[in-house]
Ligand binder design. Structure first.
Ligand code: PLP
Length: 397
């Protein structure tokens, strides 16, 4: 018999992982489903329809060569996008940047860079993005949780965070999400400042700005990394830019941290097609498309905000409106927010109506909540209709 025993051989923290499941794994998609579960951009990528003539510079016949490991030109474009000088007169340069396979790569790279497995810890503020915890577990790193204040503000509990950073040992990273997922709330700049100004803590503040382009103009604090040596601001092309399929994320930070992240990454993490498409999306060809699609999303967001409260069984909006999704309560027959109702609505919508949203009722402070990604106008029309009938069926039965 082979002496190989997987259970005794693999790392215990890896054996304990649950394989990633998204809402779409639960339902057969014949291509007609309305996908309002993953905060994608339903209006499409930041690529103009005449792309064949305007040209994305993918060098197909150069694909036998490894891609550029440094991506300096793309980094320069990303800096130009964020050098607004709204928060500092200083200027971002490519030395401030790490680019990765989505911002998920940056989340993991930071853990590997700063946290000794089995010893160091991270601080998160639930309810928040699930990958911080998944990456922490992969790296055998424990989490100190300091929940956000209750809805609707979902603001940071700054005194509790400062206290944890003073009293808890070995916290190396604080992951903050602004606008938050699933809260949709922008964090206050002065509160982030207070954490960065902690008088004794030696660690890094990671600000995840995946949804920042849905918030007000100049909301991004990316250029603040030129002011604070221990700030990382993560962004992605997966959301407002509608480029989730190419997997391109960025981490803005001080040059010494960027150098560490660039040293530890796999050399050729960004493929040449991804780089060419990302470069197009943030160029003066892609940006107008992004802005146009974003305007349509924001108008559908306003429409959902106006229409959802008119549907019997829909409760309060929880959190903010700074993103491309909204968090709403589902109410039981007695009018109270309720997970059984929300889960039944989620399942029925997906199984029988072809509308997939996200159940978030088990997240801290999100009792009875569904997270609804803003879709296109016809998608929103169908979502509103189906939600009305589904709530009626679920609550009436
Ligand atoms: C808050 C937040 N950060 C990061 C990501 C991951 O983005 P990417 O596609 O760049 O890996 C997501 C995706 O849903 C997100 O919600």
């Amino acid at each position: 018999m082979s002496p190989f025993n997987l259970q005794a051989c693999a790392r215990p923290n890896i054996l304990a992982l649950q394989p990633y499941r998204c809402a779409r794994d639960d339902y057969k998609d014949d291509g007609t489903n309305i996908l309002l579960d993953a905060n994608e951009n339903a209006y499409g990528p930041s690529i103009s329809p005449d792309v064949a003539s305007t040209g994305v510079d993918v060098d197909f016949l150069g694909l036998h060569r490894y891609p550029d490991p440094h991506q300096a030109a793309l980094k320069q474009q990303l800096c130009a996008l964020r050098n607004t000088h709204a928060h500092t007169p200083k200027t971002l340069t490519p030395e401030n940047l790490f680019v990765g396979v989505g911002s998920d790569e940056a989340i993991d790279a930071l853990l590997r860079c700063f946290c000794v497995p089995g010893r160091d810890r991270i601080l998160t503020c639930p309810p928040t993005y699930g990958m911080y915890a998944v990456s922490a577990q992969v790296n055998d790193v424990a989490i100190v949780k300091v929940p956000l204040l209750p809805a609707p503000t979902f603001a940071l509990d700054v005194p509790a965070i400062l206290d944890a950073l003073t009293n808890e040992e070995n916290i190396k990273l604080v992951y903050l999400c602004s606008p938050g997922n699933p809260t949709g709330s922008l964090l206050a700049k002065d509160q982030v400042h207070q954490i960065l100004n902690h008088p004794t803590w030696n660690g890094v503040v990671v600000l995840d700005e995946a949804y920042i382009d849905f918030a007000f103009e100049d909301a991004s604090l990316a250029e603040w990394v030129t002011e604070f040596p221990n700030l990382v601001v993560m962004q992605t092309l997966s959301k407002a830019f509608g480029m989730a399929g190419i997997r391109l994320g960025a981490a803005f930070t001080s040059p010494p941290i960027a150098a560490l992240l660039n040293s530890l990454k796999a050399p050729y993490n960004i493929s040449s097609p991804t780089s060419a498409l990302a470069s197009y999306a943030v160029s003066d060809k892609g940006l107008p498309v992004m802005r146009d699609n974003r305007a349509k999303i924001l108008s559908q967001r306003d429409r959902i905000l106006a229409e959802l409260p008119k549907i019997p069984g829909v409760g309060r909006l929880r959190g903010g409106t700074e993103s491309n999704f909204l968090l709403f309560e589902m109410l039981d027959a007695g009018g109270a927010p309720d997970n059984t109702t929300a889960l039944a609505v989620y399942e029925k919508l997906a199984e029988t109506k072809g509308v997939v949203v996200r159940f978030r009722g088990k997240e801290h402070g999100c009792l009875g909540c569904l997270r609804i990604t803003i879709g296109t106008e016809p998608e929103v029309t169908r979502f509103l209709q189906e939600l009305r009938t589904t709530l009626n069926e679920v609550r009436g039965s």
